[in-house]
Design a binder for this molecule. Structure first.
Ligand code: DMJ
Length: 587
């Protein structure tokens, strides 16, 4: 456009534009000269070409966010199976199983059953499309800073190894599976940490391999690694994680090849040889019953039924065994499938998550498996009848233990038991007896006291209670039990209770404990377990940062301090024993 000296403006088109305009005019003249029939033919031709292009456009099965409107159909293709399997027999078996499916599955959660009532194929629920945009509250921001601090130390001194040793600036390998990375990934995603997510994803994609000639513990690897991979698969929609999970599932499955299907505790991921732990002929009851959420989800997500079938069989078997008013002994023999007589009954180590997974499996399967609900209700009644007692002088309610197969009561509670108030509250939300809420509130108060009564404001691993009035303290701690491993159970319960009651006291309690972690466990390269919560002058740092500190403790703190109740929606997700959310199905 050129402005001339005169009072009008002239438009001078460059010669190429002029030529183009002329060409367009001649196309238009040619088009007008065509008959109506000729024009219709051209229209039809164009439409046909457009359809063909759309039809052959590649799908976006690897896209990060799954369309909520269109449930993802997780039917595996043979080439995908070939890529993720080492043993060609696995490929054939699974592919045949999928190919033989002839029933159309439409709704997420639809199940196809074979003639023997085994689950053949289930359509996975789609990603719920939640966008995690980062912290909004000041307390959440502080937790994200704590996470970044821990991550920085891990990255600098332990990258690719299981755990950080923050004081000696080294690492600890338990299974050699980069546990901290896999376990932390969904926390990173939920906190909205993009750079950390990218580097962790890349490590998993390129370096996480399971062909390791190394024994691993079925339960630990299932809740941390399998659960971690499945959770981030559902949150992100990234198929790479599911492929890794399938490979791991195949390698863990031989654990279940026992007469009654009760799994061995350990397996070599390379040779796929399973065996009992070195220190005992038996498996732990909580371990064999705390793998079902993950194995079921693996089947539902992959369309391969064998994982769910193997794990569900264990639950059914244990359902049929005799119990003490719903309470189970903590050891079970994988060969005989029987509980070890005279073993301890506890909701602490080796017993705890049996009860948790009864409820959570029932929720995961859309409240359709009645025996899980019934066993849970019976178990909690058993807890009330045999395990709960009050302290002297202040009457705090706690859950103790029964020794020698249920004969002697021991007034001792592991910190692990502090998961129970949260699970009870979750149960009430899903229709369990209202009385469970009262129990939850009282136990939560006692757990809080195990923190508040220590000068560090951190709970010990184990607390003993005064039930006979032998002195003026309600609780006491033995020297060997005075350590704190940065465990999550109490914070987990605070999160559930806050979700369901909106009582901000629970947030304030969580904040007090977070500050105690900051004061006594934060070191220059991360956070460390400590050996003594009773002495503020010397907490005796133990030089280990467990993966569950990032996976669970910091995740639950972040969620607890959020005022968005849907940040992790307990009506859509059931959270596994390692704080990894998995979708709830309709059956
Ligand atoms: C975690 O690995 C899991 O929560 C497990 O169920 C129990 N112990 C630790 C955390 O304390």
């Amino acid at each position: 456009m050129t402005a001339l000296k005169s009072d009008h403006v002239a438009l001078n088109l460059p010669s190429e534009v002029y030529a183009e305009t002329k060409k367009a005019k001649s196309y238009w003249r040619w088009w007008n000269q065509l008959s109506r029939f000729q024009r219709s033919l051209i229209y039809m031709f164009v439409v046909a070409v457009l359809f063909t292009i759309l039809y052959f456009l590649p799908g976006n099965s690897d896209s990060a966010i799954v369309d909520v409107e269109k449930p993802e159909v997780n039917t595996l293709k043979k080439d995908v199976l070939v890529n993720i399997r080492n043993d060609p027999r696995d490929v054939e078996n699974d592919f045949n199983e999928i190919e033989n499916d002839n029933q159309v599955l439409e709704e997420p959660g639809d199940v196809q059953i074979d003639d023997n009532s085994n689950i053949k194929h289930v359509l996975a629920r789609p990603n719920t499309g939640v966008q995690f945009t980062g912290p909004t509250e000041e307390r959440q921001k502080a937790v994200v800073e704590a996470f970044k601090h821990a991550w920085k130390g891990y990255k600098q001194f332990a990258w690719g190894h299981d755990h950080l040793k923050p004081i000696s600036e080294g690492y600890h390998d338990w299974f050699g599976l980069g546990l901290t990375i896999v376990d932390s990934l969904d926390t990173i995603y939920i906190m909205g940490l993009k750079n950390e997510y990218a580097e962790a994803r890349e490590w998993i994609d390129k370096h996480l391999h399971f062909d390791k000639n190394r024994d691993v513990n079925l339960f630990e690897v299932t809740i941390r690694v399998l659960g971690g991979l499945l959770s981030i698969y559902h949150l992100s929609g990234d198929r790479m994680y599911l492929n890794k999970a399938i490979d791991l599932g195949d390698r863990l499955l031989p654990c279940f090849e026992t007469e009654m299907g009760v799994p061995f505790s350990d397996i070599n991921l390379f040779t796929r040889k399973a065996h009992a732990p070195k220190w005992s002929p038996d498996s732990s009851t909580s371990e064999v019953t705390t793998i079902q959420l993950e194995f079921r989800d693996l089947s539902r997500s992959s369309g391969i039924s064998k994982y769910e079938n193997a794990a569900a069989k264990v639950s059914m078997h244990i359902h049929k065994l005799e119990k003490k008013d719903g309470l189970v002994p903590i050891f079970i023999n994988a060969n005989s499938g029987q509980f070890r007589s005279y073993s301890t009954i506890t909701l602490g180590a080796r017993g705890d998550s049996y009860y948790e997974y009864l409820l959570k499996q029932w929720i995961q399967t859309g409240k359709t498996i009645d025996y899980l609900r019934d066993d849970y209700i019976e178990g909690i009644s058993g807890v009330e009848k045999h395990l709960t007692h009050r302290t002297v002088p202040n009457g705090f309610l706690f859950v103790g233990e029964l020794l020698v197969g249920g004969k002697d009561f021991k007034p001792k509670m592991d910190h692990l038991t502090c998961y129970l108030p949260g699970t009870l509250a979750l149960g009430v939300h899903y229709g369990m007896p209202e009385s469970h809420m009262k129990l939850a509130e009282e136990l939560l108060t006692t757990c809080y006291q195990t923190y508040a009564q220590q000068p560090t404001f951190l709970a010990p691993e184990i607390t003993y209670f005064n039930i006979q009035g032998e002195n003026s303290n309600d609780m006491y701690v033995k020297t060997n039990d005075a350590h704190n491993l940065l465990r999550p159970e109490f914070i987990e319960s605070l999160w559930y209770m806050y979700q369901l009651t909106k009582n901000t006291t629970y947030q304030d309690w969580g904040w007090q404990i977070f500050q105690a972690f900051e004061k006594y466990t934060k070191v220059i390269n991360g956070y460390t377990s400590i050996g003594n919560v009773r002495n503020t002058a010397n907490v005796r740092p133990k030089d280990l940062m467990e993966s569950f500190f990032l996976s669970e403790t910091l995740k639950y703190l972040y969620l607890l301090f959020s005022d968005n109740p849907k940040l992790l929606d307990i009506d859509k997700y059931v959270v596994n024993s390692e704080a990894h959310p998995l979708p709830i199905y309709s059956s």
